[in-house]
Every structure is written in structure tokens, then in C-alpha cells.
Design a protein. Structure first.
Length: 143
């Protein structure tokens, strides 16, 4: 499978894999940002992608940023539909209670994972089939 990527400005870096076989492609910041404690910021990558039909892109956090700096994604995972052609932007959230997080141009800020999708037709029914779980939700499986 190929992923078509367009650079939208001169500071953009094409997504890369750190190691052969890695699921995620690293996304790079094309702009600097200072994110204060508890603040969130949309950081541009300077790239647009053409997700192949039958797939979607998930923008997911980098574990090192979470571990070392308390950085997460506001809408994790971010969903990129195959028809979207705009710039990939990453909504970073600084969960650190005291430190400002600085993003420099060229920093790896998130990962893009391509996943196959199933497109279902919505059908209204009068009732759903019974299941062993039923309507048990949050915490229903115990500790």
C-alpha cells in the first residue's frame, strides 16, 4: 500500500517510520508552539495525505511525550477519513501541572496509523438481539 503525501510548506517533513514494521508513521511539527500547563494547542504538520479507500488514518500519541512531558492528544485518536485532503493538525494537551511544553519545528509530535474500515449501512430495527453482556457498560466486567 502507498500513502500519497503532499508537503504544504517548506518546513514540512514527510511522515517516517522509526523502525521497519512499525505500525505508526511519525508526524512532525512544521511550526513552533509553547503550550502552558493545562493548555491545548493545534500544531500543524505541513502535510496533507491521501488515505487509500477502505482505510482511515488514526492520529495517536507518542508514548515518550506522554511519559516524559505529560503530553497527550485532546481527541485521541484523531480520525482522518479517506476523503479529507487538508493539512494534518495535531491537538496537543499539556497535562503537566507546572512546566511549559515547547514544540520546535521538526519535532515528532504524534503518529499516524492506517487501519482498514468496514462501512456499514444503518438499519433501524424495533429491538436488538439479546447478548450475554446486555447493556452492561462502564465497570460492568469488574476490577
Amino acid at each position: 500500500m502507498e500513502l500519497a503525501v503532499a508537503k504544504l510548506n517548506d518546513t514540512a517533513v514527510l511522515p517516517t517510520r522509526a523502525h521497519e514494521g512499525d505500525a505508526g508513521l511519525d508526524l512532525y511539527a512544521c511550526e513552533a508552539a509553547h503550550i502552558g500547563p493545562g493548555e491545548r494547542w493545534s500544531v500543524g504538520t505541513g502535510v496533507a495525505v491521501e488515505i487509500p479507500d477502505g482505510n482511515a488514518g488514526l492520529v495517536v500519541p507518542r508514548s515518550g511525550l506522554a511519559r516524559d512531558h505529560g503530553i497527550s492528544l485532546v481527541n485521541s485518536p484523531g480520525l482522518i477519513d479517506s476523503g479529507y485532503r487538508g493539512e494534518l493538525r495535531v491537538l496537543l494537551l499539556n497535562n503537566d501541572p507546572a512546566d511549559i511544553f515547547r514544540v520546535a519545528v521538526g519535532d515528532r509530535i504524534a503518529q499516524l496509523v492506517l487501519v482498514p474500515i468496514a462501512v456499514a449501512n444503518v438499519v433501524e430495527v424495533p429491538a436488538l438481539a439479546e447478548s450475554a453482556r446486555g447493556d452492561g457498560g462502564f465497570g460492568s466486567s469488574g476490577r
